[in-house]
Design a protein around this ligand. Structure first.
Ligand code: TPP
Ligand code: MG
Length: 276
């Protein structure tokens, strides 16, 4: 897929996320929108994974460590044919639905249960280490939130990833500068991310994380990096793509009114049409 096609796909998936959260009445829409370019670039270009190879031991692995942002992942997996989109749209977060509000590995395409922050990186490190031990060709990707980095277990994973020189592992930090209730910095200082990861033996790439060209190039660079894992710091906007959600902590977890729903879809349509 060309970068332009990936950008168009990101608009479509953003609209699907709006639809899903409007219909179900709940969801973590802010972080869904900020992580969007990374997940779209991975699933539609860089990762070797599709419904047909979901049981292939050599498939690439994805771990959504910031599991609350599952709506983007669900909409992508539905679009790729892992399960029926209408089932997702009509049952998400409903009583007895299999589409619960955080990733669950009973759902086709989802590798790991997550939602309790701070665990995904260590799981991804284990998968990458296993791949090295088996001399397997697969790569492992994980996405963390910047608020999530306050969890100490993240840094054990960082230490192990560097120690084992896991160059088949790429981690992303969704650096949207907001967590559940406000600025990340009010909870735990998050500056010097580049120096922190480098000190643990990681290659660090810091980019504008909602710029598809930059995300695409960074993933390509990570794949070519030998002898160390890569972390891509995605400097993003929480709520990216919907004007009234952007940089507003209140949109961490919130549904839309009917008026907001129509406005969001209108803006996303315009965003797609303005792409050249
Ligand atoms: C261990 C743990 N503690 C608390 C929570 C509740 N929680 C859900 S989302 C969130 C904020 C996460 O912020 P961030 O990682 O920055 O995510 P993003 O901004 O990308 O949505 C918190 C504290 C949780 N899911 N897991
Ligand atoms: Mg955040």
């Amino acid at each position: 897929m060309s970068t332009l096609d990936l950008q168009r796909k990101a608009c479509d998936i953003r609209a699907d996320v709006v639809e899903l959260i409007y219909r179900s009445g709940c969801g973590h829409i802010g972080g869904d929108m900020s992580e969007m370019e990374a997940l779209v670039a991975l699933y539609y270009k860089h990762m070797n994974c599709c419904p047909e190879n979901q049981n292939d031991p050599n498939r690439d692995r994805f771990v959504l460590s910031k599991g609350h942002s599952v709506e983007t992942l669900y909409c992508i997996l539905a679009d790729k044919g892992y399960f029926d989109k209408e089932e997702l749209m009509s049952t998400f977060s409903a009583y007895k639905s299999r589409f619960i509000g955080h990733p669950n590995n009973k759902i086709p395409g989802i590798e790991v249960n997550s939602g309790s922050l701070g665990h995904g990186l260590s799981v991804a490190v284990g998968m990458a280490k296993a791949g090295k031990m088996d001399d397997a060709p697969y790569r492992v990707y994980t996405v963390m939130g910047d608020g999530e980095l306050a969890e100490g277990s993240v840094w054990e994973g960082a230490m192990a990833g560097g120690h084992y020189k896991l160059d088949n592992l790429t981690a992303f930090v969704d650096r949207n500068r907001l967590q559940i209730s406000g600025s990340t910095e009010t909870v735990m200082t998050q500056d010097s991310q580049e120096e922190r990861w480098a000190a643990f033996g990681w290659k660090v790439i810091s980019i504008h994380g909602n710029d598809m060209d930059a995300v695409d190039a960074a993933i390509t660079e990570a794949k070519l990096t030998k002898g160390k894992p890569t972390v891509i710091i995605l400097n993003t906007t929480k709520g990216c793509g919907v004007s009234f959600m952007e940089n507003q902590a209140v949109w961490h977890h919130k549904t839309l009114s009917e008026e907001q729903y129509h406005l969001a879809l209108k803006e996303l349509k315009q965003r797609k049409e303005s792409l050249v």
